[in-house]
Design a protein around this ligand. Structure first.
Ligand code: URA
Length: 192
């Protein structure tokens, strides 16, 4: 089976998932999108209203900014990356996913990563980054560094929704540094 086929099976198996309370309000399980053999994976927090409606990650305003952020370091979200979230169902009112919800979804993310086998993971914002690195440290402290993550490295940066809410030049500059760092790591580590 190809990685794409394996991911499709995983996605089908989750259609009726009831492992956490987020199932109650969701329209769609937002499994992920992009290239199943990409060595660059982006992990956000969880679907918003647009994503829940369409069943695809990062298709709203934050998604448009993410697309531009990736393009700024010459990465196409369709062909160079695979994009998913720490939780696959929309938290009501766009609240942060809770610890039990992140824990319920963690094995699905692990399964996906074991199929894709990324070399670089870009984690967006504190919720996803703290869950992945199992830390409570603030995103401002975690970003700007390369964190070992299994066979990959994880590079945290600000969530694009945060950047939209805080349009000042200082966060933009830091996000740009993070993207360049992710690109350099990707160039060093990619095999495909
Ligand atoms: N924010 C996220 O964290 N993920 C999405 O898919 C959309 C917005």
């Amino acid at each position: 089976m190809t990685p794409g086929e394996t991911l499709r099976r995983q996605e089908q198996a989750l259609q009726n998932c009831r492992k956490c309370k987020l199932c109650e309000g969701r329209t769609n399980v937002v499994f992920g999108s992009g290239n199943p053999t990409a060595e660059f994976v982006v992990i956000g927090e969880g679907p918003g209203a647009d994503e829940d409606a369409q069943g695809l990650p990062f298709v709203g305003r934050a998604g448009q900014l993410l697309t531009k952020m990736l393009a700024s370091v010459n990465l196409s979200r369709e062909t160079d990356a695979y994009i998913t979230n720490a939780v696959l169902c929309r938290p009501p009112g766009n609240r942060n996913p809770e610890a039990d919800e992140l824990a319920a979804c963690a094995p699905f993310l692990a399964d996906k990563l074991s199929v894709i086998q990324p070399k670089v993971i870009l984690s967006l914002g504190s919720v996803a980054t703290q869950a992945l690195l199992r830390t409570k440290e603030a995103i401002g402290k975690l970003r700007g560094r390369v964190h070992p993550f299994g066979d990959a490295v994880l590079i945290p940066t600000f969530h694009p929704a945060f950047l939209l809410r805080n349009p000042g030049p200082e966060y933009k500059r830091m996000a740009w540094e993070d993207l360049k760092l992710a690109r350099r790591e990707y160039d060093k580590r990619k095999t495909r």
